[in-house]
Design a protein around this ligand. Structure first.
Ligand code: SF4
Length: 289
């Protein structure tokens, strides 16, 4: 059977359910991965999809549950290399309606290039291959970048914060960034951030026996008390080299969710699609050059 030609630089297209993961090879031979994630409206007969893009080759933040962290850090992406992932998705036939900067790398650790890519996407002529209006940037709490973003007061970029722990002891054991920028400083930065109506998305990877106890949910709710943040719960997606970590059971996940809800906090469990093709949250990685 004849193979359909892939757009230049695009390789390793893998699919699971509606999820599509592809790698984009850059001019120096480095590769980054991007993921097309269908959204619920598909059931209504329209393809609505979100595109998760990368901003660095590797990452220097070292989160223990993340495959990208295991690569170490190679380099920042240029603005055009970030935008090229949107173009590649469209050349593959997808029509993502929003971009999430949640792929490989910490976007706000590559602040100038990332911000330039946002400007390229927003200012692209309507109908062009890279025009994009809606975006979400996820940060691990890298405060120099978060403060730079706050100064821009961008309305079209939704903020997501990858929290993953209810207190400094647990967070520092999972996310080295917390040793430099602890939770009190992060909370203060969020209080000063120009959030629309106090809203941001709090991401929380659930790790069995580490951060998934009901008392952790109560502590998390207390941390979030000044905000209208909804919590996205993400049962851990296994990665090579971190076999000691495991996701909670469904019952444990629901107990955590219910505890948050009882504390007045909106909380949803993110479906774990794309695990088999290593496209789920925390699983993206490529070889180093
Ligand atoms: S979770 Fe994000 S910030 Fe942390 S190591 Fe992975 S890519 Fe970097």
């Amino acid at each position: 059977m004849a193979r359909t030609a892939l757009p230049p630089g695009v390789g390793r297209v893998r699919r699971e359910g509606g999820i599509v993961k592809f790698a984009l090879r850059l001019s120096d031979g480095a590769e980054v991965e991007s993921v097309v994630v269908p959204m619920r409206q598909r059931a209504l007969g329209r393809e609505r999809a979100s595109l998760c893009v990368s901003t660095q080759v590797g990452c220097r933040m070292g989160c223990v549950f993340c495959a990208t962290a295991r690569m170490g850090f190679a380099r920042d992406l240029e603005p055009e290399e970030i935008v090229a992932q949107v173009e590649a998705a469209r050349l593959l036939g997808h029509r993502p309606t929003n971009v999430t900067f949640m792929g490989m790398g910490e976007p706000l650790d590559n602040f100038e290039n990332w911000a330039a890519s946002v400007r390229l996407l927003i200012n692209a002529p309507a109908g062009s291959a890279v025009a994009m209006n809606r975006m979400t940037v996820s940060t691990c709490g890298f405060l120099p970048g978060l403060n730079s973003l706050a100064a821009l007061s961008w309305k079209r970029v939704t903020l997501a914060v990858s929290l993953n722990a209810p207190n400094d002891a647990i967070r520092s054991s999972l996310m080295p960034v917390n040793r430099k920028h602890p939770m009190a400083a992060l909370r203060q930065a969020l209080l000063e951030y120009p959030l629309r109506r106090g809203v941001f998305m709090a991401e929380y990877v659930l790790l069995r026996g580490i951060n998934d106890r009901p008392e952790h949910a109560d502590e998390l709710a207390a941390f979030l008390a000044p905000f209208r943040a909804a919590v996205n719960l993400i049962p851990y997606n296994g990665i090579r080299g971190a076999e000691d970590l495991e996701p909670p059971t469904r019952a444990e996940t629901e107990r955590f969710q219910e505890t948050l809800r009882a504390a007045g906090r909106k909380a949803a469990v993110r479906e774990t699609k794309g695990r088999r093709i290593a496209a789920a949250c925390g699983q993206l990685a490529t070889r180093m050059v």
